[in-house]
Design a protein around this ligand. Structure first.
Ligand code: ATP
Ligand code: MG
Length: 456
């Protein structure tokens, strides 16, 4: 695809000459007669980035240097080449210090313009390539840890869904890793170099949400002093993560449905229609089917979002992952805080595994962090595990569960005990017999006697 070049000069003849030359060289050009006009062009461009700008230094209104400052803030990847009619070295040096790629003196030599422009583009391409390389390493920052069949299935869904561009609906309790999964999908997708923009629907007041999503034009309402870009502007060509979508009001739901379908929107207080290309990933900890039944969520929006559903299991349903997660967080927090590496004792680990983790992985992560900071010893022992967790495990034998006669109670207990030990050993009979110190043949007899169903 041709590089897009923006040419800014208050001299119209320069604009047309440069534009003609560059078009001949297979560039795509846009011209602006002032910095203000150029800013509008950059802000409103329909998602297709400009690679470089040729900017006159001396212009009425906002001058080239101020414009340069602005682009460095807003469009840091735009390569800016200054054009100076007065040839003062100081101005040129000032501009390059402020981040201009280079400068050209007027009267312009078209040959020099082309050479410098091509250099600038080559450097930009290299920068982009480095950025891609860096981005490619990014998934590690959002690594989804776990080896349980449940999380393995999720990882598989993520890698299948990611490159398809299909919309994804992630469901799961608090702290199960919904955001992590959303980021993984983005970083494994073809949009990985483009923005991942998050909008927490629960955190934004109803009356703000439209301006948050669509942005507003200058003067749209009292206090709208400047034009503001919304999440839709920012997420263009990338991914928009709509978190806690179940908390979005019905009114906003209907607005958003139309925009999502058409991929066109207007800023608040404006009538210009902007086209976007956005992938949506939504997440919710509410059961949206129930919300639909209760009239709190639009069914049509649900079906539009739910193209690829991913359900995150609560941590208590994949306890096998707990030791791996503990080790991962131990290492992470030791490295971050530069604490010496810590180990965890078997008893402490067992106690953490037995807990039901209502706050899921976030809660586990917080507790591990706390222990890394607080425990002075090299090994985290049972006594260091927060009492709430230890106590939750230490439930008394529920006498009511058993028959009142001792013989029946003993049998009932024995059955339950064998069942749970078998389960613990993944139904491996030899291992179980070793652990509970009962002969294998004897264990078989008991399994038969109690009609315990052993999965194949
Ligand atoms: N499988 C995992 N491996 C490693 N870290 C994880 C995993 N799952 C979650 N985490 C970590 O746990 C924390 C909570 O995850 P995340 O914010 O993605 O959950 P969430 O489902 O969006 O939670 P909430 O509903 O509260 O917003 C994060 O710090 C995340 O990095
Ligand atoms: Mg979240």
């Amino acid at each position: 695809m041709a590089d897009r070049i923006l040419i800014i000069d208050d001299e119209v003849s320069i604009l047309s000459t440069l534009s003609d030359i560059l078009t001949d060289e297979n560039f795509e050009t846009e011209v602006a007669e002032s910095a203000e006009e150029a800013m509008n062009t950059l802000n409103n461009n329909d998602g297709r980035e400009f690679s470089a700008a040729l900017v006159d230094i001396w212009m009425p209104g906002i001058d080239g240097i101020q414009f340069l400052d602005w682009t460095k803030q807003r469009f840091p990847r735009l390569q800016v080449i200054m054009m100076s009619g007065h040839g003062t070295i100081e101005t040129a040096v000032k501009a390059t210090k402020k981040g201009a790629y280079d400068f050209i003196e007027k009267p312009l030599s078209l040959e020099i313009v082309l050479i410098k422009l091509n250099h600038a583009l080559k450097e930009a391409a290299l920068e982009r390539e480095n950025e891609t390389l860096k981005q490619a390493r990014r998934p590690q920052d959002h690594e989804i840890i776990g080896e349980s069949p449940e999380i393995t299935a999720v990882l598989e869904q993520v890698s299948i869904a990611a490159p398809t561009d299909g919309w994804v609906m992630i469901n799961g309790e608090n702290g199960t890793g919904k955001e992590l999964v959303a980021r993984q999908i983005h970083y494994q997708s073809l949009r990985r170099e483009k923005p991942f923009i998050e909008l927490n629907c629960a955190a934004i007041p109803e009356e703000m949400i439209e301006s948050e999503l669509f942005g507003h034009e200058k003067g749209a309402f009292p206090g709208a002093i400047n034009q503001k870009l919304g999440k839709f502007d920012l997420a263009n060509r990338g991914t928009l993560f709509l978190d806690e979508i179940g908390d979005m009001s019905l009114k906003t739901q209907s607005k958003i449905l139309r925009v999502l379908q058409e991929q066109r929107f207007e800023r608040v207080g404006g009538s210009k229609v902007y086209m976007v290309d956005i992938r949506i990933i939504a997440a919710s900890n509410k059961n949206l089917q129930e919300e639909i039944a209760n009239g709190n969520f639009r069914e049509d929006l649900f079906y539009r979002l739910n193209v690829i559903p991913i359900d995150l299991p609560p941590l208590k349903d994949r306890k096998d992952d707990i030791p791996i997660l503990i080790d991962y967080f131990l290492k992470q927090f030791s490295e971050e805080g530069q604490y010496p590496n810590k180990k965890i004792s078997k008893e402490a680990q067992r106690s953490l595994m037995a807990y039901h983790w209502p706050g899921n992985i976030r809660e586990l992560k917080n507790i591990v962090e706390r222990m890394v900071i607080m425990v002075q010893e090299k090994t985290i022992a049972l006594k260091h595990v927060p009492p709430v967790i230890r106590m939750a495990n230490n439930e008394m034998l529920q006498v009511d569960e058993f028959p009142t006669g001792l013989k029946d109670a003993r049998e009932s207990f024995e059955k339950k005990f064998i069942q749970s030990m078998l389960k613990k050993n993944r139904w491996n009979i030899s291992k179980t017999s070793e652990m509970i110190q009962v002969e294998r043949s004897n264990l078989y007899r008991k399994i038969k006697h109690y009609s315990i169903a052993v999965p194949k």
